[in-house]
Design a protein around this ligand. Structure first.
Ligand code: AMP
Length: 214
């Protein structure tokens, strides 16, 4: 089973992808995580990628497709949950071509929906533990110490692109690109919309229902 998650920034996409991975034993392919790792390696490419992410812009399609291609060809036995890819119509078309070559296809596309105002609050309040990776929100979560992880007491850090200005750029880019992307998958009859306003368990229960319906 291969699933695509399409969602605006700070809608809980990464959290749902992680839950899907655990429940259905899928490979979690997060292009945001892949790119953030590349951006840390100090290479010329890493610096270029870091600048693009920090500006809230998209990595160009050719490079993105190359990175994803290498990854999906190395995943042999698992289904994949695509988190953050495709983000453009061109990426979606190329993804179908790549999957076809290895006898795979996208079975389900889940579109998470959220109001811009709420996503903004989730974005600018989001912090992650520098050690265990746990994610919190300074507005919604009960943090024992606002600068430390509840789980392992290590430092909490913010993503550089989680500022109001960058959020607006990323959200507007999502609205612009996702329309054609969703239409593309709607023609294949594999799209389901889920409200991401509820808590993560409720959202996940709805996604599971969709998947179990087949
Ligand atoms: P995310 O963690 O999914 O919010 O992604 C963080 C950033 O990585 C995005 O704002 C983009 O700059 C970049 N990125 C992630 N996935 C893609 C993609 N499929 N195409 C282009 N850029 C991407």
């Amino acid at each position: 089973m291969n699933i695509v998650l399409i969602a605006p920034p700070a809608s809980g996409k990464g959290t749902q992808a992680q839950m899907l991975k655990d429940k259905y034993n899928l490979y979690h392919l997060s292009t945001g995580d892949l790119l953030r790792n590349i951006s840390k390696d100090g290479s010329e490419l890493g610096i270029k990628v870091k600048n693009i992410i920090d500006e809230g812009k998209l990595i160009d399609d050719d490079l993105m497709i190359e990175i994803v291609k290498e990854k999906i060809y190395s995943i042999k036995n698992n289904g994949i949950i695509f988190d953050g890819f495709p983000r453009t119509l061109n990426q979606a078309i190329k993804l179908d071509e790549m999957l076809k070559e290895i006898n795979k296809k996208i079975d389900n596309v889940i579109v998470l929906e959220i109001d811009k105002e709420i996503a903004l609050k989730r974005s600018i309040g989001r912090v992650a533990c520098s050690n265990c990776g746990n994610i919190y929100n300074i507005y919604f979560d009960d943090l024992k110490n606002p600068l430390k992880c509840n789980n392992c007491n290590n430092e909490l850090i913010k993503r550089n692109d989680d500022t109001e200005e960058k959020f607006n750029l990323r959200f507007d880019s999502y609205v612009k690109n996702s329309k054609k992307l969703i239409e593309y998958y709607e023609k294949k009859n594999i799209v389901n919309f889920v409200s991401s306003l509820n808590d993560k368990e409720t959202v996940f229960a709805e996604i599971k229902n969709i998947i179990n319906r087949g």
